[in-house]
Ligand binder design. Structure first.
Ligand code: SAM
Length: 172
């Protein structure tokens, strides 16, 4: 299968999430501008972006059919944001924590989900700001899987089909 540009990561993850889970209350940790949250809210989810850097949604995006789509102005203003760094106890309020290329929060998301018995969906890219020792013979993704398994999770993985690091790891 020909892989899409990484710019479609939100659309592909949205499609994957709605085909695997019922709408639910979720947090997008390190959610950036909030496009994933916007798409999920359109699908009936209740999503909050947790990200210390205040950012605003784009006015348009291309859907998976490459059609440029204007965001619904009312919905743009409706995205809940917590403009603070993610902390473990924030997990209490959600059923699922997502981290799409989220910086410095992957291990904390797993810790939070273990503590509060929540589901996680992670699409890790790099090890920036993570409290982990980098070992030459173990890659970052495998380290996260091992870390989650040691916390008692069974971990699934799937590839979303975009260029770059497109593997999702998630609690089963
Ligand atoms: C590479 S960007 C990814 C943004 C978005 N998910 C995407 O895929 O475009 C990483 C994001 O993590 C956020 N971030 C950094 N430290 C964080 C923290 N401690 N808690 C939550 N988000 C954080 C940054 O502000 C940034 O928006």
């Amino acid at each position: 299968m020909r892989r899409k540009s990484h710019r479609y990561r939100f659309q592909l993850l949205h499609e994957w999430l709605v085909s695997h889970y019922a709408p639910q209350k979720a947090a997008d940790v390190g959610g950036g501008k909030g496009l994933l949250a916007y798409l999920l809210i359109q699908s009936g989810w209740d999503v909050t972006v947790i990200d210390p850097a205040p950012q605003i949604l784009p006015r348009t995006f291309k859907n998976l059919q490459k059609v440029r789509t204007t965001l619904n102005i009312d919905k743009r203003g409706q995205i809940n944001r917590i403009d603070k760094p993610f902390e473990i106890d924030m997990a209490m309020d959600y059923q699922m924590l997502m981290g799409l290329h989220s910086h410095g929060s992957n291990l904390k998301i797993i810790d939070a989900c273990a503590k509060y018995k929540k589901n996680f969906i992670l699409l890790p890219c790099c090890v920036i700001d993570e409290p982990i020792e980098i070992k030459a013979d173990i890659n970052w993704l495998e380290s996260l899987v091992i870390y989650a398994e040691e916390k008692g999770f069974k971990v699934g993985r799937e590839m979303l089909g975009f260029k770059g690091q497109d593997t999702i790891i998630y609690s089963l």
